[in-house]
Design a protein around this ligand. Structure first.
Ligand SMILES: Cc1ncc(COP(=O)(O)O)c(C=O)c1O
Length: 435
């Protein structure tokens, strides 16, 4: 007969074991790996392969391929995919009840968690399907008159530029864009360029927090501050920034901030959010008509008809996974992986970097080209010959490949990519693997 003490000890151990078994495996790995390393700085942990090996195993990606286009869209860890599947199954039991009455109200907890991570009030967050939707709500919903100017860079995302071009054609607003060098000398150069191009007719400025072509980080706080001081609406496209590097969203001081959550946050594909500064909600038109378009309720931007709750609810699991790693650790690891290939290849004077490697101006992505080799050929060769997936960029003076590893990428995979580029530098691209 066990003593009372033995009984309690055994029960506690069994409960802990059961709890561990019930936790999604990937989260258990992440937490367990992190627990013993609590005292280590994010930078010193950036090349601790024992730790990152646990994170890598949280993803069920195909390791016979090397995906270095994580800037496009990210895979979700297993725990996020599992959560999504559970929610889909539950919705489908009796959708009109489970989806509308149970799951949709539950999305409010996700709103609150996103707000907490971004650094704002939950009543300032609309959950959307992606950055595009968030940005279109921002850009179409502004009240503008013919002749009013919206200022952005030529390197902002094409869909946002097209949104403004459509407003030009339809309503006679004026889209003004300016180019900037790749890379710029310093972040100040970008603030000055915005300030120089503002005119008395400028009503809004649009900027990418991190650009699509080169991953250039913009000093959004300074630009928003300069714009708002002149009464100009400040809109930030944060598609690549949220979940990638650490910043205080509320502290940026913008009026609108849109992002996807299926990029660097690892949430299910088809998720994003839009932050709208509280005092801008009532005056802003929703993209799809809401019963009260001028209400102060942020949910008016979510009036899109029947839509799944599963991917929205599973955002919470992605946030938990991200917090489990620690945003600072993740940022440090992304920088480490990027620098691992970038610093080695930058030593070759035939390799041109369109991305500054200055930590203030970039993070986990870099766009690079090889003198005398077309971006399309390089991209196709990497895929055909090595099954390495990158995206090709041809825009203005940029001709290269954008390379974006992620937390599940191993240093060996980064080295295989680096060696493949070194081989091209030495031997060129055989005709069979050209684009
Ligand atoms: C800067 C920027 N904004 C917006 C988007 C659009 O993102 P999504 O397709 O998730 O809406 C992208 C996509 O790569 C992007 O790079």
């Amino acid at each position: 007969m066990p003593t009372r003490r033995e009984f309690l000890t055994r029960t506690a151990a069994a409960t802990a074991a059961t709890y561990a078994l019930l936790q999604p495996d990937s989260l258990r790995r992440v937490r367990a790996a992190g627990r013993n390393l609590a005292g280590e700085s994010p930078r010193s942990l950036a090349d601790n392969e024992g730790y990152w090996g646990q994170i890598q195993r949280a993803f069920a990606v195909d390791r016979s391929l090397i995906n270095l286009n994580n800037g496009g869209v990210n895979p979700s860890p297993r725990m996020v995919q599992d959560a999504m599947r559970r929610h889909v199954e539950y919705s489908n039991q009796i959708p009109s009840r489970n989806l509308w009455q149970q799951q949709e109200p539950q999305v409010e907890t996700v709103r609150a968690r996103i707000a907490r991570m971004f650094g704002c009030d939950a009543e300032e967050i609309a959950i959307t399907r992606n950055a595009s939707e968030s940005m279109e709500i921002s850009l179409y919903g502004l009240t503008l008159s013919p002749g009013d100017e919206v200022l952005t860079t030529t390197q902002d995302y094409p869909r946002m530029i097209n949104t403004l071009k459509q407003r030009e054609q339809r309503e006679g607003i004026v889209l003004k864009t300016f180019p900037f060098p790749n890379p710029p000398q310093s972040p100040d150069e970008l603030v000055e360029a915005f300030e120089r191009n503002i005119t008395p007719r400028t009503k809004a400025v649009l900027m990418s927090h991190m650009t699509t072509y080169t991953g250039q980080v913009f000093p959004v706080r300074e630009i928003c501050h300069a714009a708002r001081a002149k009464g100009i609406t400040a809109i930030v496209d944060g598609a690549h920034a949220f979940g990638h590097f650490v910043y205080d969203g509320g502290g940026i001081g913008c009026d609108f901030y849109g992002t996807s959550l299926h990029k660097w946050m690892h949430a299910p594909i088809g998720t994003g959010f839009l932050y709208v500064r509280k005092d801008r909600i009532a005056g802003h038109w929703p993209l799809m008509a809401a019963p009260e378009p001028k209400t102060n309720d942020i949910r008016k931007f979510e009036e899109i008809g029947t839509h799944p709750a599963a991917n929205r609810l599973a955002i919470a699991d992605a946030l938990v996974f991200h917090e489990g790693i620690g945003p600072e650790r993740k940022e440090a690891r992304l920088r480490y992986l990027r620098d691992r290939f970038a610093k080695r290849l930058a030593a070759n004077d035939r390799v041109r970097f369109f991305t500054s490697l200055d930590p203030q101006q970039s993070c986990g992505m870099a766009t690079l080209g090889i003198e005398g080799i077309g971006a399309g050929d390089l991209r196709t060769h990497l895929w055909k010959q090595h099954k390495i997936y990158v995206t090709g960029i041809e825009f203005e003076n940029i001709s290269g490949i954008r390379v974006s590893p992620n937390v599940y990428t191993t240093p060996t995979e980064v080295d295989i990519f680096t060696e493949a580029i070194e081989d091209v530098l030495k031997n060129g691209i055989p005709v069979e693997t050209k684009g």
